[in-house]
Design a protein around this ligand. Structure first.
Ligand SMILES: *Cc1c(COP(=O)(O)O)cnc(C)c1O
Length: 340
């Protein structure tokens, strides 16, 4: 294992030993290549640079107490990348090849997988870009798919905790029929200003309403939303939010715990009725929401009066991380063992 201060890693990029790459040329994917270079050579007219033909994914490898290394639902990341590819006209990477490359890059960088006790994990970042030189707007002929990994610190340094969020109306991250349902960099470019405003005001993250009517809850900057009330897990249905694999998993776990699950529009005013709320995604699993402020209407929707995570958020969080770390039985077959 490399000598790193595992307990104090941030969510940043750190060079590791290898990345894996695969090129799409003449209508087909080539062989998987190992690479120890952290740079890529690209034509300055590549479509990814000018016309946003770029898609990414994010997942993690967990060093577990039983000594194995597990990855959580990589088949779901492969499927979502395929959906993104259909959305912005890029060739789909087959699931088997995607998982083969995930396994390879994790094994090749085993010495960078943080120890279990540190709470840190190995973040896995697949990236697919159009590489043909073009100035006209049409899809690239050639593509590069690569996966790199980097060790990242635990999301909650001082333990599982709540955070404040703020509704931003001045900017939308995605249009109702736009690319919000795809994991593309352009959505993040569109979110940077709102994100900066939220941070400058002291909030953890910005919250988006639906772009068309500004009436319904969409999602946070890079995480889905859910609210809890009357033993029910409620999460927004929208054409402009990214389908989170964490959210999909939490919906199943909520059912397993005997809760009802509703995926439907959530009007902003309904926020006042939730007993608990959370933001969910791979990075934090669940980031329990302390409150959501609407500065325009001077309304504050409070989900935690004492600043502590609620019982349902805590139970769902524990259950999901216990499955990810191989501590609790994985009845849904979600984990994929990469190193025995
Ligand atoms: C990646 C992402 C999420 C979270 O998805 P997970 O699969 O749970 O990690 C949520 N919203 C946006 C905008 C994202 O890009």
């Amino acid at each position: 294992m490399v000598d790193l201060d595992w307990k104090n890693l941030s969510f940043g990029y750190r060079k590791t030993d290898y990345n894996v790459r695969c090129y799409y040329r003449n209508g087909k994917w080539g062989e998987i290549e190992l690479c120890s270079e952290e740079t890529i050579t690209l034509n300055m007219a590549a479509t990814c640079l000018h016309y946003g033909q770029e898609a990414f994914e994010g997942l993690k490898a967990y060093r577990c107490p039983d000594g194995k290394v597990r990855v959580f639902r990589p088949d779901e990341n492969a499927a979502r990348l395929q959906a993104t590819c259909q959305g912005i006209l890029m060739p789909e990477m087959p699931t088997e090849k995607f998982i083969e490359m995930v396994d390879l890059v994790v094994r090749l960088n085993e010495r960078f997988i943080p120890p279990y006790e540190s709470g840190a994990t190995l973040y896995i970042r697949p990236l697919l870009i159009g590489t043909s030189a073009q100035v006209g707007v049409h899809p690239s002929d050639e593509y590069m798919f690569l996966i790199f990994v980097t060790p990242v610190g635990p999301y909650f340094k001082g333990g599982f905790a709540t955070n404040p969020y703020v509704i931003i109306r001045e900017y939308d991250r995605s249009a109702p029929l736009g690319t919000g349902i795809y994991k593309v960099g352009g959505n993040y470019a569109a979110s940077l200003k709102a994100n900066k405003i939220a941070h400058d005001l002291g909030y953890s993250c910005e919250f988006y309403l639906d772009a068309k009517e500004k009436k319904f809850i969409d999602e946070c900057g890079a995480a889905n939303f859910f609210g809890i009330k009357n033993n029910t897990y409620v999460t927004p249905k929208s054409t402009s939010i990214l389908p989170s694999i964490t959210n999909k998993s939490l919906m199943q776990l909520a059912k397993d715990l005997g809760m009802k699950v509703e995926c439907r529009q959530i009007a902003e005013e309904e926020l006042a009725t939730f007993e608990e709320a959370g933001a969910c995604g791979t990075a934090a699993v669940i980031s329990p929401i302390e409150r959501i402020d609407d500065l325009d209407t001077k309304t504050s929707y409070v989900f935690s009066k004492d600043g502590k995570p609620g019982p349902v958020c805590t139970k769902l969080y524990q259950k999901l991380i216990n499955i990810q770390y191989g501590i609790e039985e994985d009845i849904h077959g979600w984990t994929h063992v990469v190193i025995e």
